[in-house]
Design a protein around this ligand. Structure first.
Ligand SMILES: NC(=O)c1ccc[n+]([C@@H]2O[C@H](COP(=O)([O-])OP(=O)(O)OC[C@H]3O[C@@H](n4cnc5c(N)ncnc54)[C@H](O)[C@@H]3O)[C@@H](O)[C@H]2O)c1
Ligand SMILES: [Zn+2]
Length: 301
């Protein structure tokens, strides 16, 4: 076994890193009988997964996620990718892992801000599929984020439940033709906010803002039950996550970023929106709901 490393950070999830890693493997004469073990956060998981997807037309990969984001989200579901100057995750492949090994002891050294970011995706899973789970997450977050909490059995059981929810959705719609789109809740506005922040916000922080605003939007256009947005905002705040646009953010810049990200037809963008906590809207319309720019502007203003 050889250990190949990359410098930390999203800026290294590139085709250049992919080329360097695959060249190193070729120089060591790895063949089709080799395998990749991806030990790290989502950056390593996505990059090493893409190396495995493409090396010799595809070799097995085992994911060993070391961040909360990677444990509950990135390592599950088989999406692998690298970024290009044109945007994030634009070159990639579906390549399901042969195994995922999760050990919360690895979280002992993870900075608090990265832990909080992981809670954004955990809250998302509760909103999509399980209201009882969301209540449990909201009531336990402050303890789990305090010293010793991240490696506790309670943390492990949350991670397991989140994996179950994501795996259940992905196994029914691996290629994101319908149901898997529900996992994009919070990500339409979230990606735009992430972009407008110049990536100074972590993905989870931007998605937290996205979920808070998209759930308000869902109530405003009569899709979500009254009170849904308040419950979601409270859960996010219990994990120390933001629920509003940071000061100085121009709503129009966010709308522009949403548009260029989603290429909406005729001034409408399709959103994955909640019906209530524990159920998503749009079962009859491919699990997304069209929203006009005016409706979007109202919630961002
Ligand atoms: N494939 C998917 O379905 C999917 C889903 C969600 C996110 N992602 C991708 O995942 C990436 C984000 O992943 P992330 O949030 O894990 O970020 P990351 O991989 O950049 O890790 C965050 C930071 O934590 C450090 N780190 C990792 N493990 C640590 C540990 N145990 N102790 C201390 N520090 C540690 C890393 O070096 C890095 O500095 C993005 O590229 C995103 O696109 C993919
Ligand atoms: Zn996400």
């Amino acid at each position: 076994m050889d250990i190949l490393t990359i410098p930390a950070g999203e800026s290294n999830k590139t085709r250049e890193s992919w080329a360097r890693l695959t060249d190193q493997m070729l120089a060591k004469r790895y063949g089709r009988d080799s395998a990749v073990i991806a030990l790290g956060g989502g950056v390593v998981g996505d990059l090493a997964g893409f190396v495995a997807a493409t090396f010799m037309r595809g070799i097995p990969v085992v994911q060993i996620p070391s961040t909360l984001v990677a444990m509950v989200d990135a390592s599950i579901g088989g999406k692998t990718a690298v970024d290009t100057p044109a945007g994030k995750n634009l070159v990639g492949a579906f390549h399901p892992p042969n195994a995922v090994l999760v050990d919360p002891q690895l979280l002992a050294t993870l900075p608090l801000r990265e832990m909080r970011a992981g809670f954004a995706e955990i809250v998302k899973h509760g909103v999509i599929a399980d209201d009882v789970y969301l209540r449990e997450v909201a009531s336990g977050a402050s303890e789990l984020l305090s010293a010793g909490g991240s490696t506790s059995d309670r943390m492990l059981s949350l991670i397991v439940r989140s994996i179950e929810i994501k795996a259940n959705i992905v196994s029914r719609d691996e290629r994101e033709e319908g149901l898997r789109k529900t996992l994009n809740f919070g990500h339409t506005i979230g990606h735009a906010v992430e972009l407008v922040s110049g990536y100074s916000l972590l993905h989870g922080e931007a998605v937290a803002i996205g979920m808070a605003l998209e759930s308000r939007l869902a109530e405003q256009i009569g899709v979500a039950r009254t009170g849904t947005a308040a419950t979601i905002a409270k859960a996010l705040q219990s994990a120390g996550l933001p629920t509003d646009l940071p000061p100085g953010f121009e709503p129009d810049a966010v709308i522009e970023a949403v548009r260029s990200d989603k290429k909406g037809v005729s001034g409408k963008t399709r959103f994955a929106l909640p019906l209530r906590v524990g159920a998503m809207a749009g079962a009859e319309t491919g699990w997304t709901v069209p929203v006009s720019d005016d409706q979007l502007r109202e919630v961002l203003a």
